[in-house]
Design a protein around this ligand. Structure first.
Ligand SMILES: C[C@@](CO)(OP(=O)(O)O)[C@H](O)COP(=O)(O)OP(=O)(O)OC[C@H]1O[C@@H](n2ccc(N)nc2=O)[C@H](O)[C@@H]1O
Ligand SMILES: Nc1ncnc2c1ncn2[C@@H]1O[C@H](COP(=O)(O)OP(=O)(O)O)[C@@H](O)[C@H]1O
Length: 286
């Protein structure tokens, strides 16, 4: 974060779903989940600069995504409407996270916009209120607003903070996109995992965790299956969200770097550490 009152430089971290169970389907077609969210010390970055004229300007544009659909612009306009604030912002996005990869980049960008503009515009809104606004933008936004690793239920909005182990991860993008709606719409998807308590989920720890989307994503997207097989032969590996990104859990930065160096050239990847406090909240002191 810069020290100026008219400009902020803030992180928008990635998340992982350390486990994900699908426990049912609601009347509106959305699925009930139980998941553990954790942040990574890797993500996008937003520079927010105050504009007195009320305009919201985003640079650079994301190819194929009109600004009016960008969660950053939508979050900024929502905050203006909610607070009646007449101020605006120039927002510069450094996009590092693959889109639609299950790392929550768009949701995290939205949360950073809400918290950053709340600070820049001196609105003083509570995290409860900002999380409520975030939920209207997407189910994954509230966890980024609250900034604590969490046990999540419902569609991901009922959050209980947790302290998880903080290993190093190798996060791999297999080079294809997974359509979230195709996974949730697949006939073969397991939708009836019996609900468990948070205590039970935490008791087993990482070796006991799995993602109910994984078998469906494996069969619909053979490239994901191949990448998961490769990664899983080197370290315990899983899918995050509905993919397409995968993560392997390592005991140290050195072993993570070694695995990254061995990775076949057809995949893109990065290493990162798991965090129980979002770097956004660390930067803002919230
Ligand atoms: C399942 C998670 C876990 O983190 O996957 P990732 O997106 O991170 O991979 C998310 O909650 C995803 O949330 P989000 O990315 O906001 O999903 P959306 O775009 O709203 O949903 C796309 C489509 O997936 C289906 N969908 C999504 C979430 C959910 N709990 N049940 C659903 O059935 C719906 O058909 C919806 O139209
Ligand atoms: N600022 C943004 N960054 C990324 N995606 C965005 C953004 N705003 C809107 N989107 C839309 O949200 C979708 C989901 O993106 P993202 O959050 O990166 O993936 P996921 O939900 O799989 O973790 C994108 O495919 C894109 O259409």
């Amino acid at each position: 974060m810069t020290d100026s009152t008219s400009e902020l430089l803030l992180p928008a971290p990635a998340k992982l779903n350390r486990m994900l169970h699908i426990t049912g389907r609601r009347a509106d077609g959305y699925h009930e989940l139980q998941t553990l969210f954790q942040f990574l010390d890797h993500g996008d970055e937003l520079r927010l600069r105050l504009r007195p004229d009320g305009e919201i300007r985003l640079t650079p544009p994301i190819a194929g995504l009109p600004d009016s659909n960008n969660l950053i612009v939508r979050a900024a306009r929502l905050l203006q409407a909610e607070s009646g604030c007449q101020l605006g912002a120039d927002i510069h996005l450094t996009k590092r996270l693959p889109m639609g990869g299950g790392l929550g980049g768009g949701s995290s960008d939205a949360a950073t916009t809400l918290l950053g503009l709340d600070r820049l515009w001196r609105l003083g809104l509570s995290l409860d209120r900002l999380a409520g606004l975030g939920l209207s933008l997407g189910a994954d936004v509230p966890v980024f607003v609250r900034g604590r690793a969490a046990w999540a239920e419902g569609v991901g909005e009922k959050l209980t903070p947790v302290e998880l182990d903080t290993p190093w991860f190798v996060v791999v993008h297999p080079g294809i996109e997974v359509a979230t709606h195709a996974v949730f719409g697949a006939a073969q998807l397991t939708r009836n995992t019996p609900p468990i308590t948070m205590a039970r989920a935490l008791q087993g720890g990482a070796p006991s965790w799995h993602n109910d989307c994984e078998p469906t994503v494996r069969s619909l997207y053979p490239q994901v299956a191949e990448a998961l097989d490769w990664l899983g032969s080197r370290a315990p590996a899983m899918l995050t969200g509905t993919g397409a990104c995968l993560f392997a859990r390592l005991g140290s930065e050195v072993t993570a770097r070694r695995l990254l160096a061995d990775l076949p050239g057809r995949y893109t990847a990065f290493i990162a550490r798991g965090l129980n406090l979002s770097p956004l909240h660390a930067a803002l002191g919230r």
